[in-house]
Ligand binder design. Sequence first.
Ligand code: AMP
Ligand code: MG
Length: 463
Amino acid sequence: MTLHIPFDNSYATLPGGFYTRLNPTPVKGADMLAWNTTLADELRIEGTDPTVFAGTTVPDGAAPLAQLYAGHQFGNYNPQLGDGRAILLGEVIDHHGKRRDIQLKGSGPTPYSRMGDGRAWLGPVLREYVVSEAMHALGIPTTRALAAVATGEPVYREQGALPGAVLTRIASSHLRVGTFQIFAHRGHIDELRTLTDYAIARHHPDVDGPMGLLKAVCAAQAELVAAWMSVGFIHGVMNTDNCTISGETIDYGPCAFMDAYHEGRVFSSIDQTGRYAYGNQPRIAVWNMAQLATALIQLFDDKEQAVEDATAIVHAMPELLQAAWLRRFGAKIGLADATPDDQPLIEGLLSLMQTDGADFTNTFAALPTDTARDQFTDRDAFDTWHTRWQVRTPDPTLMAHTNPQIIPRNHRIEAMIDAAVAGDMAPFHRLMTALATPYQATDTDLHRPPTQQEIVPATFCGT
Ligand code: AMP
Ligand code: MG
């Protein structure tokens, strides 16, 4: 099969300290399970070749490399992480003139693999494919999925031998807070400066210097986390190595969309203390930006001034988050012009939902209809809220555009993975079709919350 990828690589022209050049490790098979035609067109990729997306063949023009980074994991600094199971093939300029990374995930060991095998199994690959594409359809910034290929080789995890797979991930870049941290922490100021200039040129060309970059990243992350909150998304591992400079969602590991609303909801089996619980996400985003600020301060001779400037920028972030949250949740209850005076109204609804364990997605989706009260056991309390709400004359059209009918529910993803492992890709395609138009009520069976038996209590990092 012929494949043409119009590579235009920039990261590979940076000094060698930023990465290790190496090819993906070839595998036995290359069974294309999913291929994103629309995205391929957007990236100006012509044709396809499963062996390229399995990592067996290196395409013309690629400059394969593993990127170096560090990061805080659950609050503890890990001085060296890096692409332990991913290879950046290179970059293309897409149809809109935007630079995009093409990365293979699960493509074999690298110098940064530590104890890992560099591989991924089918489950997490399809989970990321479905959830990242659903996120995109919801209009939320995210990395994308171009391809999922079965390698024909087993991968060994706690559950035993599992089918191996490779995901092709597309990102505006893979620059993370952790990419800055590693050079700052090592005192490699020249590299830190090169990286900062590169990040500004690539993502925020209009900003002025490192503080301008910090401000822009704070704004992008505030918007992102408010968007997650508005669809009940819990990222699960908001470590600084999983926090992008572009403001895209990255690394769909033990993530999930909530069914029943609870502010303290945690899915990840490794998040014992609830650090990355739903309601903590805004605070963690600020914490992550404080780590970026700490790294960028190293670029300044006048440290005292730099600390003062960076602190002001980070301290302004809660207000950005609050404003973005109010705008999004205001729109969810049909208010285009929500003001801080509306906050108790929004919180009043969330509080009723939490008490009743009401389904997050279905409650908001039902608000414009007269079935919303069916989501509650305490109907009187809901009716009282409803009367208060009607005074504000909510706009049903706005609600229809801001409240998805369908999100990738965890139990459906688990069932889809089980089917795929057994060789049946039909549930995958069914989910992909329905999730492509999340604001329309098609395939209503997929709207149903899990039954008691179907509830998936935790998602696992065993990727
Ligand atoms: P994550 O939790 O997916 O963000 O990964 C954290 C770090 O662990 C990154 O440096 C990954 O490259 C690395 N890692 C995760 N899984 C594997 C694996 N199976 N083999 C090698 N490295 C891995
Ligand atoms: Mg990661």
